[in-house]
Structure formats: C-alpha cells, structure tokens
Ligand binder design. Structure first.
Ligand SMILES: *Cc1c(COP(=O)(O)O)cnc(C)c1O
Length: 463
C-alpha cells in the first residue's frame, strides 16, 4: 500500500516523518464510494444514510456500536460473482468472513455455494436451509464428530487437509455406505498478500499438503485407492487481501501441473480445481480492487492456457471469496466518548467499542478509514487515532486518519468495510457485549444477529 507523507504542518512535523498515512482527503465530508457500501450517501442534512435510513435513526433504534449491513449491496455482489464466473464454474462464499442464517438464505437465493470450516458453521448453514450438496467443508483439523456430521448431511465436498484425514474421511464414508466427494488441499509454495507474492519451493504452514517433495502426489495416490472417497479435484488457497493476480498465476500453473502428473500416473483427469479466495477489497481510498468479471477472466485465461500446454481438458473452476463479497457491505457505527489531543502527536478519539468488535487492526496492523457521519463539518482536518474502550493500549480501531477538528463527544463516526472478519472474530474481552448486525434494505432495517446482553454473559457463567 502506498503511504505518502502529509504536506508538513509544523505541529505534526515529527509524526509526518513517520509517514504512516496519506494526506487528508480534500473534503472530509465526501464519502469515497470505493470504501462505502453501494447505497450509502449523505442526506440533505449531511447525515450518512444507508438503504435510505439516516444513521441517527439507526443509532437510536439499535444503539452503538453496531454493524450495519447493506443487504442489496451484498446480494448485488453475490450476483456479480455468480455472473462473472458463469454456469461452468462455482462460487463458494467463505462463511468464516461472516455467517448468519439470513446470510445463508441470501446466498441460497442468489445461487451461491458455501464454504464452512467448523461444526458451528455447518449447523448454521444447514439450519438456514442451504442444500448440503452446495456446502464445502474445510479445515486443517476437523474432528471426527464434525466429519461424521458432514458426511451424514451429504455435503458436496470435504477438502482433505492431511494424510490422517484422508483415512478418517474414507472410513467414516464407508461406514455410512457412501462415497464422499473430496478435494485435496495442496500448498503450492505461493504466499500472496496484497501487493506482493512470494513463490517458494517449500511451505512452512499448517494448511494443506505440499506439492514440493511429492507429498501431494502421494496424497492423491492414497485417496484414489480408498473406496470411501471420490476424488474430484485439487484445492489451493494462497493468501488474503490480494490485488496482484500474479500469485494466482503461479498457483494455477502448479495445480495444473499436478493434474497432468495425476493423468500420467493414474490415467485419470480430475474434473475440478479450486483456486481459493483471498481477493482484496478497498479499506482505504488507496486500495484498488478488481471487479469480479476481471478476476474471472484472469483466472479462466490462466487455467485454459496452462491446460492447453499440458494437453489437459480444462477442469471446472471454483473460487471462494469471503471478504470480497461481505467486506465492503457493512460499516461499524460508533459514538465518540472522549477526545484527547496530544500536543505534537495526534488526537486520540475513544469510541464505545474497539478491539472486541474489530480485532484486525491489533492483529494484522490492518488499515481502515473513518468518517464523521452524524453531520458534515467545515473544520480543518485533524490527525486522529480511533481507539476503543478496552484495557489494552493496542486497542486501536483506526491507526491513522483525519477527522474534522470540531469533533465532539456524542458525534457518530463510522468505519467502513467492516463486513468481513469483524463480527466473526468479535470477542467478549472485558466482558464487552458483542454488537448486533443490522441488515438495511429499501428503507427497512432489521436485526439479523442481536446484540449480546449481560444475561447472555451470565448464562454461560454457571458459577
Ligand atoms: C479464508 C479462506 C477463504 C476466504 O478468504 P477471503 O480472504 O475472505 O476471500 C477462502 N478459502 C479458504 C480455504 C480460506 O481459508
């Protein structure tokens, strides 16, 4: 991500030289449509509205902090991915980004499939009526009980992640008298993140089975030999928040090469490859994500080309976007509580949430934007750090941003692009009550995940 220094103001000279942030936008009142969900706009009074409802009304009705999810944007993104990949490919939404029963129903209605990676996610998916054959089950250490449930439910595929699991799934499938459709997750020696990727020969991570040193080929040999398994393909997931397609290029080439080796050794052409998820979104104005149709074309061109040169039939492609679908569709609404200007440094703005509703900044040094949304302001920009209310100095929501200098306690501020990995990674640290997720659409707002209550906390604490 490019980070440019602000044209110096003497008061901030020392922090400007750190260069952790960009210059403030020319007009802080303008909402960059790249980082906000599609129906977000400002009304005549200057308040942010989503789905036609102003934030003051949302705050009054649902409280803060809260996540507001733009349902029509979510559905539009599902359709864009499904249309871009067309009938000859499959799009699996990665449920770990954010999953609830409402989300499962939207996915089902919009024709997407669903990735789950735990018994809890599987239960949510099945309970909300996702047909089992449209579910893929992932994870590097699925329990025997989870595998039993997945096989009993008849999930469309289990993605095998270790030698032990190959045997476990085969036994369980045989006991149930079925042949379970499976893919083998391979690690192709590509680690991709945002603007760069690293291609290596070896892999030092917990996921998948390495292509290098013939491990993946051995896994294929074993899977093909077991009656309980129907090996339908190979899976590769290379990273997260990726903008550069070059990592996918290397990954696809290595996966296709494995398919060619499998054909040469076993005389079978596996019908599918899964290239995983990890496609990037705009958290700040500096991020330029690609549209689904560009991604679809790039991936299908790469696979087609590689298959032609390996003289293979082109397999059916699947992809697993999580963040790229749900991330941009929600923002977190906070109320400003306290404001501490630190002379010569920055102003600390404390909100009524924090690392319990967004751990990504503390965990990955993630970048976010923030805006004053209950009103507009003509005041000068001030450099702020938006922090939470937790007893932890790393409790930062937005590390470096600009807000108007007349910001006051009671103002509402919002952090966009918090749809992915915020509610799903939320915690009860300091016995915080996890915020609700409110879906907003066409002038109507409804809670899809309710706010936690103190009774919820006490219910788990059995004394
Ligand atoms: C996390 C994950 C995804 C989704 O990643 P995003 O960055 O949200 O697109 C897809 N597939 C697998 C196997 C994953 O682990």
């Amino acid at each position: 991500m490019s980070r440019s220094a602000h044209p110096a103001g003497p008061r901030h000279a020392d922090v400007f030289t750190e260069g952790h942030y960009s210059a403030p936008a020319a007009d802080l009142n303008v909402l960059d449509e790249k980082v906000w969900s599609r129906t977000v706009t400002r009304d005549a009074d200057g308040a942010l509205t989503v789905g036609g409802i102003a934030v003051a009304r949302l705050a009054e009705e649902f409280g803060t902090p809260a996540y507001f999810l733009d349902e029509s944007d979510f559905r539009a993104r599902c359709r864009a991915w499904a249309d871009a990949f067309g009938p000859d490919a499959d799009v699996f939404y990665a449920g770990k980004a954010f999953l609830s029963r409402a989300v499962v129903r939207w996915l089902k209605e919009e024709g997407l499939n669903l990735d789950v990676c735990s018994g809890g996610e599987l239960t949510t998916a099945l309970d909300a009526g996702m047909p089992a054959e449209r579910i893929a089950f992932h994870g590097n250490n699925k329990t025997v009980a989870e595998i039993e449930r997945a096989v009993e439910a008849g999930v469309g595929r289990i993605v095998l992640d270790s030698f032990q699991e190959i045997v476990r799934v085969a036994h369980i499938a045989q006991r149930h008298g079925v042949r379970q459709r499976v893919q083998i997750r391979v690690t192709v020696g590509v680690e991709a993140h945002t603007h760069e990727f690293i291609a290596t020969a070896h892999e030092d991570q917990k996921f998948g089975i390495a292509l290098a040193d013939g491990q993946a080929a051995e896994a294929v040999r074993r899977a093909l030999a077991l009656d309980g398994l129907e090996l339908i393909g190979v899976h590769s997931h290379i990273g997260s928040q990726i903008f550069d397609m070059a990592g996918f290029e290397v990954s696809a080439r290595r996966v296709v090469q494995l398919l060619a080796e499998i054909r040469d050794e076993h005389g079978v052409e596996l019908p599918e490859i899964d290239l995983g998820g990890g496609l990037g979104i705009a958290y700040t104005s500096e991020d330029d994500p690609r549209e689904p149709h560009e991604i679809a074309k790039a991936l299908s061109d790469i696979v087609t080309r590689e298959c032609e040169s390996a003289k293979l039939r082109t397999p059916r492609i699947s992809v697993e976007p999580g963040r790229a679908i749900v991330g941009p569709t929600a923002f977190t609404l906070y109320e400003v509580g306290t404001i501490k200007p630190l002379e010569g440094l920055r102003t600390y703005v404390s909100v009524d949430g924090g690392m319990s509703d967004n751990i990504r900044t503390a965990l990955y040094d993630a970048e976010y934007s923030v805006a004053l949304v209950s009103r507009t302001s003509d005041a000068e920009p001030m450099l702020v750090r938006v922090v939470g209310k937790h007893c932890e100095s790393g409790d930062i929501v937005v590390k470096d941003a600009f807000l108007p200098a007349d910001l006051a306690p009671g103002d509402l501020i919002a952090v966009p692009a918090t749809g992915a990995y915020c509610r799903s990674m939320a915690s009860n640290y300091n016995h915080a009550l996890r915020p609700p997720v409110v879906a907003v659409r066409d002038g109507e707002a409804r809670v899809i995940v309710r706010r936690e209550t103190e009774e919820d906390l006490l219910r788990l604490d059995v004394g």
